[in-house]
Design a protein around this ligand. Structure first.
Ligand SMILES: Nc1ncnc2c1ncn2[C@@H]1O[C@H](COP(=O)(O)OP(=O)(O)OP(=O)(O)O)[C@@H](O)[C@H]1O
Ligand SMILES: [Mg+2]
Length: 220
């Protein structure tokens, strides 16, 4: 489903962000990616959705070989992936419903489909009853659940979440992880980058570690 083969990424000729990355993630897997700040986690994620290209090596996501992907195919690739960005913010002037509806509106979906899909996904994250509120009226954990709903509203096969619990206390972080496990149990492939070793330790999931751009299976 997601395959990295001998992938290298160097920025500005001197910053070796990824070094010989080999990684194979199967459909339906749940994988934690951990490693210190600057290790290359976000760089690796950006490659999966073709925001960055390898300097050498190959990346394949589903049927797409990302070294060869055409500009025309990129939107279709991105539709198959839901992304929770590291510093993602909700639009404060819009309601929860409107925030979650946005990716569907951008894709030109009709109002009936939007209403159905947004209500379904808000129900899955337990926030239908807050759909008319603006983000400032929600707790940090609730806001992060909205961000996850927004990443999932177009029903992608893969969810990648970059530090989805970065700003949350331990209790809320566990709640978000429960939600992500639940989403995975329903068939979505889930890949999560996190600094939080305690969070990873408590869950019996595949763990890959990246350090100075080099990847290894298991804890560092
Ligand atoms: N656009 C860029 N230009 C130059 N260097 C970059 C760029 N993006 C990332 N880097 C460098 O590549 C390395 C890996 O960065 P990356 O953002 O992938 O780390 P990370 O593991 O996500 O860190 P964090 O946990 O702090 O988010 C770092 O040394 C970073 O400074
Ligand atoms: Mg990062």
């Amino acid at each position: 489903m997601i395959e990295f083969s001998h992938v290298y990424k160097t920025y500005s000729g001197t910053v070796h962000a990824l070094k010989n990355i080999n990684l194979n993630i199967k459909k339906g897997e749940f994988v934690f990616l951990t490693g210190p700040s600057g290790a290359g986690k976000t760089t690796l994620f950006r490659m999966i959705s073709a925001y960055d290209r390898p300097c050498s090596g190959h990346v394949q996501v589903g049927n797409y070989k990302l070294n060869e992907i055409s500009a025309k195919e990129i939107p279709t690739l991105r539709r198959s992936i839901g992304v929770v960005y590291q510093d993602f913010k909700l639009l404060k002037a819009k309601t929860i419903f409107e925030n979650v509806a946005l990716p569907l509106e951008v894709r030109g979906e009709g109002e009936t489909v939007i209403r159905k899909k947004v209500n379904e996904i808000l129900d899955r994250v337990g926030l239908v009853y807050k759909k008319g509120k603006c983000p400032d009226f929600l707790s940090g954990g609730e806001q992060q659940r909205v961000v996850i709903a927004r990443a999932l509203v177009h029903q992608p096969g893969v969810l990648i979440a970059d530090e989805p619990t970065g700003n949350l206390d331990p209790h809320l972080s566990e709640e978000i992880m429960d939600l992500l496990e639940n989403i995975n149990a329903q068939g979505t492939t889930v890949l999560i980058a996190t600094h939080d070793h305690n969070l990873v330790k408590r869950r019996n999931k595949r763990l890959v570690t990246i350090k100075d751009g080099e990847l290894s299976e298991g804890a560092a």
